[in-house]
Design a protein around this ligand. Sequence first.
Ligand SMILES: Cc1cc2nc3c(=O)[nH]c(=O)nc-3n(C[C@H](O)[C@H](O)[C@H](O)COP(=O)(O)OP(=O)(O)OC[C@H]3O[C@@H](n4cnc5c(N)ncnc54)[C@H](O)[C@@H]3O)c2cc1C
Length: 395
Amino acid sequence: MRVVVVGGGILGLATARLLATSRPEDEVVVLEKEDGLARHQTGHNSGVVHAGLYYAPGSLKARLCTRGRELMQAFCADKDVAYDACGKVVVATRETEVGRLRRLAQRAETNGVPGLRWLEAAELAQVEPHVTGVAGLHSPHTAIVDFVAVAGAMAADVRAAGGEIRTGVSVARITQNGSGPRIELHSGETVGADRVVVCAGLHSDRLARASGEDAEPRIVPFRGEYFALAPGRTHLVKGLIYPVPDPTLPFLGVHLTRKFDGSVWLGPNAVLATALEGYRRSAVVWRELMETLTWPGTRRMMRRHWRAGVGELYRSARKRAFISELQRYVPELEVADAVPAPSGVRAQAVDRDGSLVDDFRLGVSDRVVWVRNAPTPAATSSLAIAEELVSRVIG
Ligand SMILES: Cc1cc2nc3c(=O)[nH]c(=O)nc-3n(C[C@H](O)[C@H](O)[C@H](O)COP(=O)(O)OP(=O)(O)OC[C@H]3O[C@@H](n4cnc5c(N)ncnc54)[C@H](O)[C@@H]3O)c2cc1C
């Protein structure tokens, strides 16, 4: 069997690795449009291995994040990829947030998150000396990792097992007829396959539409902007510090994240991106922007979440407002402590009624499996999502 995986991000590579290592009789080929791997979401994220606190019990996210974290830790140990279980604290800064934090703690328990500890105000400083709040939830097994290094180790396994990774190869559409899927490239070339797995991230809906699949959900790109703490101020953060999230949104709120190089990142916020791969505010691709804005689902989403959207835009335009959000739980932080850092763009699926798709969405159409929504914590869950995709495509 020849299985083609579209997309050389962490999901495509995890899937190709599982196929190549567990089914040595099959031919596995990865097609990636960029000249290198992990250039988009996989290479522009917070690098947090989530423990599974947030996700609705019984959802794919809850199940695959828990298993994915275990697999990720074991994979990193096996491949010598640095992995640091530095732990995370979610901080309630107002009495009104305590009820939401308690519900989050219950949900995390239901999801089987290990080692959870409720922190009273006075106990917060034991975990994060510079944090203040009225209560906290500590998750000691939440970790940090470099997902680009993980993706590189996955790619090495694919090649070692005889799989092929082709970069600079852009897929235009996938058609299916009696003789199996045909992959048409933008170059005009056609690639044959017995099975296809599509992990095209920000382009997943466009590729599906071009291939005659369901036009929805659509991907709406949300840029996540970061600042970094100035080197002399990184002592303010030991591990990972998060706010209590807004339960109506799939984003976790601006947080403070320690990285392996000792730096600390602040963010990301979530503003509508003006291009699918628009990492800078000035990056505008009018065709993509108009496609997003004229679609009824985007307009309904904006109507539903206009208050949150305006807040995000304000914090994006004013550094002081961005930092004051973080000063709620790290009061010593000053505006001058933050320097701009690179952004990422999230591929967030939105349904026609304007709802932000919360769970992972994976679709099967005959011999092709489509990843239609894989936002956070999909990098954490990648090895478990790969198991799910392989079982759906091979049967
Ligand atoms: C700001 C931000 C913070 C995040 N933080 C975290 C976090 O801390 N922890 C976590 O678990 N997750 C996090 N995530 C989510 C995580 O990064 C993604 O869920 C994950 O990387 C998705 O992987 P992917 O392989 O689906 O997508 P991608 O990494 O985007 O890969 C898709 C690939 O497909 C390729 N492609 C697209 N179209 C075509 C085509 N037509 N032909 C060929 N190739 C194509 C692209 O070039 C790309 O390389 C974050 C995401 C963002 C943006």
